[in-house]
Design a protein around this ligand. Structure first.
Ligand SMILES: Cc1cc2nc3c(=O)[nH]c(=O)nc-3n(C[C@H](O)[C@H](O)[C@H](O)COP(=O)(O)OP(=O)(O)OC[C@H]3O[C@@H](n4cnc5c(N)ncnc54)[C@H](O)[C@@H]3O)c2cc1C
Ligand code: FES
Ligand code: FES
Length: 464
């Protein structure tokens, strides 16, 4: 049985844990305000709020319900647009109405949920954060000007509001952003039964589900009946800490927690913006770093970044033994890598960069947001006091069957990263790759593009 709170009512269901939440909401609960369109995380029409128990009460995030398995909401509060509509219009809904930000209305519930998620999660209620929160919501008729106007007006109304997380829900209820029912949610969630532990595996290890944003696009039908293990339940895999010069990131950390982490911001200040190029907020709220690594796409954004950052993976075997693999040695061929069935990545270890290290990530895709790269590359550069290259690591995505770690860069050490040296380096990288022509561009185009992106690593802006 899976039990959770859906809006203001406790739900218990024996539907398979791999059932997609969107189907449960619409088909079994009759809550059709949550819309179905792409079923692939691309449009945001199915956005709901997911409130999970945390150290300061329920922590709410906007998520795509079309990629969220039912078993993963066990013990949580799920809020659909109906859950916001128990009384008068909420502040977000009022702003949408006032600024005529809805026409056919198909995208509107998703936009309302994303903006409400912004109110719940934002650090400073800034307009930029509100826009970022909408990066996964497509609208095909209103156009985005009116939606932006509604978002701007919302931020103006929230200006100066106490942003302390501990009292956020109460503050938002007072302001009319959330209905009063939210105040009851923690006690309802507290009454939920804890499910029995999974039984001994039969027929092999369970499928590990992290965010599900790859798995539930690739094989939702098969996963519906499969035995699943939800890594979001594993509190022991949800940590980010800096210890003895190593940034240690648990095997269930989401991209958005990583992106917004204070310690990550301190160690790698540019990652906060770089990671905005990865999917969208409603996906990053669920998608994990480890999922990106194990999906093994040659263009995985996080994978390309972590290759340049010299990450190492801590892996636990089914027998409980630990082993370590350097990410640069992890990939063996297209979608082949050093992880046996039943093995779990428990941790990603990233060395803290030496003072003065430059890190840069470049990605070109057809659309700036919500699109995977045609070509991407990341660089970690350490300069000696005289301005010459002391250490250099480069990775490249979309140009080989694997996420590529570029080798053979030692001869560039001791040289200044300018002029002819950068040209030679770009040529070296381009000669190391073997892209294929596909929907994202011809092989020739990808090589040319990669050469330019490598040069961009050494722009004045990056080197300053
Ligand atoms: C609309 C859309 C846009 C996207 N845009 C981008 C993009 O811009 N850039 C990009 O790189 N990707 C993008 N993706 C792909 C996807 O979001 C990422 O690859 C994401 O990081 C996958 O993480 P997850 O937690 O959702 O993985 P899941 O789907 O949960 O898992 C993926 C694989 O990893 C395995 N796994 C997960 N965690 C572990 C672990 N700890 N140990 C062992 N195995 C594990 C799972 O068993 C599964 O095989 C996009 C996806 C969608 C649907
Ligand atoms: S239906 Fe499009 S994101 Fe879920
Ligand atoms: S109002 Fe029609 S899709 Fe947005």
């Amino acid at each position: 049985m899976t039990s959770f709170v859906l809006n203001s009512r406790v739900v218990q269901t024996d539907q398979p844990p791999g059932t997609v939440l969107l189907d449960f909401i619409r088909l079994s609960s009759g809550l059709t305000g949550t819309k179905e369109a792409c079923r692939e995380g691309e449009c945001g029409a199915c956005t709901v709020l997911l409130g999970c128990p945390g150290s300061q009460g329920l922590v709410y995030r906007a998520v795509a319900s079309c990629l969220l398995p039912l078993g993963d909401v066990q013990g949580c509060h799920v809020v659909t647009v109906e859950g916001l509509s128990e009384g008068p219009l909420t502040l977000v809904q009022e702003m949408i109405l006032e600024h005529s930000a809805s026409q056919c209305g198909f995208c509107t519930p998703g936009i309302v949920m994303s903006l409400t998620g912004f109110c719940l999660a934002s650090t400073d209620f800034s307009f930029q954060e509100a826009l970022d929160a909408l990066d996964g919501n497509l609208c095909r008729c209103t156009g985005y000007v009116a939606i932006r106007d509604a978002a701007r007006a919302l931020c103006e109304r929230l200006e100066g509001v106490e942003s302390d997380r501990a009292v956020r829900v109460a503050t938002l209820v007072e302001l009319g952003v959330l209905p009063e029912g939210f105040l009851e949610a923690p006690s309802l969630v507290g009454q939920l039964q804890t499910p029995e532990a999974a039984t001994t595996p039969e027929g092999g290890p369970p499928v590990l589900v992290a965010g599900g944003t790859d798995l539930f696009v690739q094989r939702p039908e098969q996963l519906r009946e499969a035995r699943l293990e939800f890594l979001s339940r594993r509190r022991d895999l949800d940590f980010i800490r800096l210890e003895d010069g190593v940034l240690r990131v648990g095997g269930a950390v989401t991209l958005e927690s990583f992106r917004l982490s204070e310690v990550v911001g301190r160690v790698f200040p540019t990652l906060r913006d770089d990671l905005l190029l990865h999917s969208s907020t409603i996906l990053r709220n669920r998608a994990t770093l480890t999922g990106n690594l194990v999906n093994a796409s040659p263009v995985g954004d996080v994978t390309i970044m972590l290759l340049a950052l010299d990450a190492t993976l801590e892996i636990c075997t089914p027998e409980g033994q630990d082993r370590r693999v350097r990410l640069s040695e992890f990939y063996r061929g297209y979608k082949q890598f050093d992880l046996a069935p039943g093995e779990l990545i428990t941790e990603i270890r990233i060395p803290q960069p030496a003072p003065g290290t430059r890190f840069n990530f470049e990605k070109v895709s057809n659309r700036e947001i919500l699109d995977i790269a045609a070509v991407s590359t990341a660089m970690r550069l350490v300069l000696a006091p005289d301005g010459t290259i002391e250490d250099l690591r480069l990775s490249a995505g979309g140009v080989a069957p694997v996420p590529l770690f570029v080798t053979g860069l030692e001869p560039f050490r001791g040289r200044k990263p300018e002029g002819e040296t950068v040209g030679l380096l770009a040529r070296h990288v381009v000669e190391a790759v073997s892209p294929i022509s596909d929907i994202r561009g011809s092989a020739t185009y990808k090589k040319l593009l990669l050469g330019q992106l490598v040069r961009a690593h050494f722009s004045a802006e990056v080197l300053s």
